[in-house]
Design a protein around this ligand. Structure first.
Ligand code: ADP
Length: 364
């Protein structure tokens, strides 16, 4: 039954629209706006969704209006569906990345990647433009959380000066998640000729730097960097060589983890970079049947770690099998949990408390 009376415009909220006009989900899906079915879209307008995905708004609104009137999904031309790409000369334009925030942990398996994803979701739900650089090269799990498999497109700037070896440097086009989070990860590279070059120097830190520089990032409000665990060379290089705002430390409640996280905190302090805050993951478990709280990994050390790090405790995240399941199935964006907003809010407050020099960072 067509809903003739409904107003559809750039400011229409996607979630409300889909609720009142179910066919809108299919129409938006045809434009690649698959976020219509996930939790991220709850607060998003059509205009914000289109902008985040690099699409023109007019054809989307027109298609929605047509679908409302006819009850059918109209034919959508290819050019309206393809995100606006950079024009050749645009390769020269430097993306503006306002804030760079690495997420660090003393050791692996504390949930650093999941925490990175939850922060990204919280920021996106505030309509901020977000990218994730998966620098955890030895165990890159970010694409899996977001259900991304397609290898990154590699482009060459037609106007670039050739390098001494002959070719212009290849540039990676970041993958886009369903809610338009830009993602670059070693998991999204193939061993085709184009990408072989990116790996020529087998030095991890160099690869991470390339993920930063040789990527056609959009202008972003936040670039989150999922660092390799520990205090090896690779995280060190990121901390030293990129103009970061500060680091988020992820820990979990174990005495050993506390010791390791202290080492990581010391390293950050030695490099004179701020620690924006500490997140204690897998802090406790609330039994769904009784509501009882269990400290599965032992008592929380969150306050102590925060003290050692001389940084605020941003959040304590409980063990939650539902989050683990969605993450495991590549549906992390469907996590609809206040913790995302809590993390984003705490990060924004921490950033405000640590203003970095006013210039923005320019990369390719
Ligand atoms: P890291 O990046 O620190 O190595 P991951 O983010 O890959 O850790 O998490 C390791 C595993 O623990 C994953 O299977 C993840 O889904 C799970 N996990 C992380 N945080 C939680 C949590 N709060 N509740 C339940 N499972 C979690």
């Amino acid at each position: 039954m067509p809903h003739l009376e409904m107003e559809i415009g750039p400011q229409s909220n996607i979630a409300e629209l889909v609720r009142d006009l179910p066919i809108a989900e299919e129409v938006l899906g045809r434009f690649g706006l698959h976020c219509a079915g996930c939790g991220v879209n709850k607060y998003e307008t059509i205009e914000a969704g289109a902008k985040a995905h690099g699409l023109r708004i007019e054809p989307i609104v027109a298609a929605l209006v047509q679908a409302r009137l006819s009850g059918f999904v109209p034919t959508i031309s290819n050019e309206d569906r393809v995100p606006l790409r950079r024009a050749p000369g645009e390769f020269k334009r430097h993306a503006k990345i306002e804030h760079v925030v690495p997420i660090m942990s003393g050791k692996g398996g504390v949930g650093k990647s999941l925490v990175t994803a939850l922060i990204a979701l919280g920021l996106r739900r505030r309509n901020l433009r977000v990218g994730i650089l998966d620098a955890d090269i030895t165990g890159p799990s970010i694409p899996k959380l977001f259900g991304l498999r397609t290898p990154l497109l590699i482009e060459t700037d037609p106007n670039a000066k050739p390098m001494p070896q002959g070719n212009a440097p290849p540039l990676m086009v970041p993958a886009q998640s369903r809610s338009a989070i830009e993602i670059v990860s070693s998991n999204l590279l193939t061993d085709q000729e184009d990408t072989a070059m990116i790996w020529r120097g087998p030095i991890l830190s160099g690869v991470i730097r390339q993920f930063y520089e040789q990527v056609l990032w959009s202008d972003l409000d936040y670039l989150l960097i999922d660092l390799p665990p520990g205090t090896s060379d690779a995280p060190l290089t990121v901390l030293q060589s990129l103009a970061i705002d500060g680091v988020i430390l992820v820990t979990m409640p174990q005495a050993l983890a506390t010791m390791i996280v202290r080492k990581a905190a010391n390293l950050v302090h030695q490099l004179k970079k701020p620690i924006l805050g500490v997140v204690e993951n897998m802090s406790y478990f609330i039994a769904p049947d009784t509501g009882n709280k269990y400290e599965i990994f032992g008592p929380s050390y969150a306050e102590r770690v925060a003290e050692l790090a001389r940084a605020p405790l941003l959040a304590r995240i409980p063990i939650d099998p539902q989050k683990a399941k969605l993450a495991d199935e590549g549906r992390v964006e469907e996590i609809d949990d206040p913790i995302c907003d809590e993390l984003a809010g705490a990060l924004l407050a921490a950033i405000e408390a640590h203003p970095k020099p006013k210039e923005t960072i320019s990369i390719i």
